[in-house]
Design a binder for this molecule. Structure first.
Ligand code: DSN
Length: 430
């Protein structure tokens, strides 16, 4: 933790007051900003929001109770937050070409809870991707509410292609006749064939739901095809490639609008976080700009460059590469576990996460793989040349250091990380 307590322009004009009142917390905010600035951030689900998004998050909208929806609230004094939420809804509908948007979910998990609430009763069947092949906890994993309350059946990837096994999806759908078929996950590097899922869902009379949390930012920027025309409902988070505040949202077809709204409130949530809703509105407007479209395209090109170079160095990308912002890598050829690779990279100033690979012989907390993503480094302005440099640094840290920050290779890599970052700083000081 930094011992220095200093104001920082990125925390806005109120920061000196916080510094004065609560230096312990103020110090931690500065120290976290320093941490984000000091490393190469490759967590595929993270990004660096704009100062405008941070300003909305730090606003007095946090004080307001606003259960209900614009024009239909359970509290007085909602004139301003009504306008904020109306703007957020209109911008989300426009950005995604959706009939309806609900911007109140507090998180991706809350959004997903609401989708279950809208379409299934406890004990009913859902078909989703298994967590160990790239799905998500909330897609019916046994320790999550979704696995406890619903009868989840899981599909995975094929051993040959390491991509979604659509034949298996169809076979399981025909056998189990699920109420919902869910596509999406947290470690899916390839484009998902939404039309194929739609056809399977139609054949068995299921609702087709896409959890687009990971890649919705690429959809917003026009870098990959959209699930919105195909799916009944699309849930997502707003803080990944999309680069908004931490939070969730749902878009859906008009016929499901009332059901989704009732499931978000009052079924699953109480008062919406209006400061977060305002920050989502700011973010949706940012995503409609030419600059963001250019960013989304660069995210994909950077991810491909990073995956390709790691592959050249013996750290094989699952499926052979990526079409999105993330890639998943098999470390078995270099003889290092995911847990060790994560630790070694961390000590060398590179932040990434261990990840199970499909058919992984290791336990999830050890894992045979790592997951890397390009959203944050692309926000910092890095390009494909830097991605190849970063891949070389990852390879060096993974294969030649031991997780001790004082190891000579960790020091050497950290110095090179510092050089890269000096040209592409995160949150450059004003
Ligand atoms: N925790 C997120 C991720 O890292 O993919 C998913 O919720």
């Amino acid at each position: 933790m930094s011992t220095e307590v200093r104001p920082d322009s990125y925390y806005g004009p109120s920061f000196p007051a916080l510094l004065e009142q609560d230096p312990e917390i103020a110090r931690l905010l500065v120290s976290e900003l320093d941490r984000q600035r000091a490393g190469i951030q490759l967590i595929a689900s993270e990004n660096q929001t704009s100062p405008a998004v941070l300003a909305a998050l730090g606003s007095t909208l946090s004080n307001k109770y606003a259960e209900g929806y614009p024009g239909r609230r359970y509290y007085g004094g909602c004139s301003e937050v009504d306008q904020v939420e109306e703007l957020a809804i209109a911008r989300a509908k426009e950005l995604f070409g959706a009939d309806h948007a609900n911007v109140q979910p507090h998180s991706g998990a809350s959004a997903n809870q609401a989708v279950y609430g809208a379409f299934v009763k406890p004990g009913e069947k859902v078909l989703a991707m298994s967590l160990d092949h790239g799905g998500h906890l909330t897609h019916g994993f046994k320790v999550s509410f979704s696995g406890k309350w619903f009868d989840a059946v899981h599909y995975g990837v094929s051993r040959e292609t390491e991509d979604i096994d659509y034949d298996q999806v169809r076979d399981l759908a025909r056998e189990h006749r699920p109420k919902i078929i869910l596509a999406g996950g947290s470690a899916v590097p390839r484009l998902i064939d939404f039309a194929a899922f739609r056809a399977i869902a139609d054949e068995v009379g299921a609702v087709f739901w896409v959890d687009a949390a990971h890649f919705i930012g690429l959809v917003a920027g026009g870098a990959i095809p959209s699930p919105v025309p195909h799916a009944d409902v699309v849930s997502f988070t707003t803080h990944k490639v999309l680069r908004g505040p931490r939070g969730g949202a749902i878009v859906c077809k008009e016929e499901h609008a009332a059901k989704i709204d009732r499931a978000v409130f009052p079924m699953m949530q109480g008062g919406p976080l209006m400061h977060a809703v305002a920050a989502k509105a700011v973010n949706f407007a940012e995503c409609a700009t030419p600059e963001y479209r250019e960013y989304a395209g660069r995210v994909v090109r950077n991810a491909a460059a990073l995956a390709g170079e790691l592959g050249e160095r013996g750290i094989r990308p699952i499926t052979g590469g990526t079409d999105t912002h993330l890639s998943l890598h098999d470390l078995r050829e270099v003889g290092v576990t995911g847990a060790d690779a994560e630790k070694r990279c961390d000590a060398a100033g590179i932040v990434l996460n261990k990840n199970a690979i499909p058919f992984d012989p290791e336990k999830p907390n050890v894992a045979s793989g790592i997951r890397v993503g390009s959203p944050s480094v692309t926000t910092q302005g890095m390009g494909e040349e830097q991605m190849r440099q970063v891949a070389a640094l990852i390879h060096r840290a993974v294969t030649a250091s031991d997780g001790d920050p004082e190891h000579p290779v960790a020091r050497e890599v950290r110095a090179q990380v510092g050089e890269v970052l000096s040209a592409f700083p995160a949150y450059p000081a004003a």
